[in-house]
Write a protein that binds this ligand. Structure first.
Ligand code: F6R
Length: 235
């Protein structure tokens, strides 16, 4: 795994956006794997800005999101809504080419990804407990897209997007760890003091299903983006 320590989350966003923009410039039909949550927001802001400034078209790009909640009453809390608001509504992407796992399609989601040629670049965040997408500790490294029960720690962390813990869904549909590992290139964003333990575990190189992100040690093209303050705290 390559490690890149940058000044702050804005700089990380700028760097990853450059990767995305360069990829789309070279391959108009690029396939992107996308995450939600706070970590990728600066990346999406920067993609929107660069796409406008450099006239980069996303018309032929395909995007696969990592995960989606199950059983939401309020669809404004859905990851589809989040992606529309924070990226898709601001670039010229064809929304028919943007996919989310659902209770209807999850058994075919991996095949759908493969049918589009596989993911060229996958963007990941990480949970405080080491989850990637919603693969919680204990999840098999061989998992494909599936329904996962969210841990208390994940639901607590995501309460900030809801009015109360009770409103946070108990389950989500998520790409599996083996689905993620099929991506050609992976970037993982680790920022903010809450991710201290997760970063230490990842950098330790120990590979265990108790810490799902550790599977990334087995991938040959992963870059870990970390902010300077967080990195200093684990050195
Ligand atoms: C979201 C996702 C999750 C988040 C993780 C970190 O699509 O896949 O694994 O990346 O929970 O969330 P933030 O970035 O909000 O700290």
């Amino acid at each position: 795994m390559e490690l890149r320590v940058l000044q702050n989350s804005q700089e990380i966003g700028t760097e990853i956006a450059k990767k995305v923009i360069n990829l789309v410039k070279v391959n108009q039909k690029a396939v992107l794997g996308l995450a939600t949550g706070s970590s990728p927001l600066p990346t999406y802001e920067s993609i929107i800005k660069s796409a406008k400034q450099e006239y980069v078209s996303f018309k032929k790009v395909t995007c696969f999101n990592l995960d989606e909640y199950v059983g939401l009453n309020d669809m404004s809390k859905s990851y589809r809504f989040f992606m529309n608001e924070n990226l898709f509504d601001h670039i010229d992407i064809n929304k028919n080419n943007t996919f989310f796992p659902s209770t209807q399609n999850y058994l075919e989601y991996d095949e759908l990804i493969a049918s589009k040629g596989g993911i060229d670049l996958q963007i990941l965040g990480i949970g405080n407990n080491g989850h990637i997408a919603f693969n919680e500790p204990g999840c098999s490294f061989n998992s494909k897209t599936h329904i996962e029960e969210l841990t208390k720690s994940t639901r607590d962390a995501n309460t900030r997007f809801f009015n109360s813990l009770e409103e946070v869904p108990t389950h989500a549909i998520t790409m599996g760890l083996s689905t993620i590992m099929q991506a050609n290139e992976i970037v993982i964003i680790i920022t903010g003091s809450a991710k201290k333990e997760a970063l230490s575990m990842l950098l330790s190189g120990k590979i265990t299903t108790d810490f799902p992100a550790s599977v990334l040690n087995n991938h040959k093209n992963v870059c870990v983006f970390v902010d300077q303050e967080l990195y200093n705290s684990v050195k």
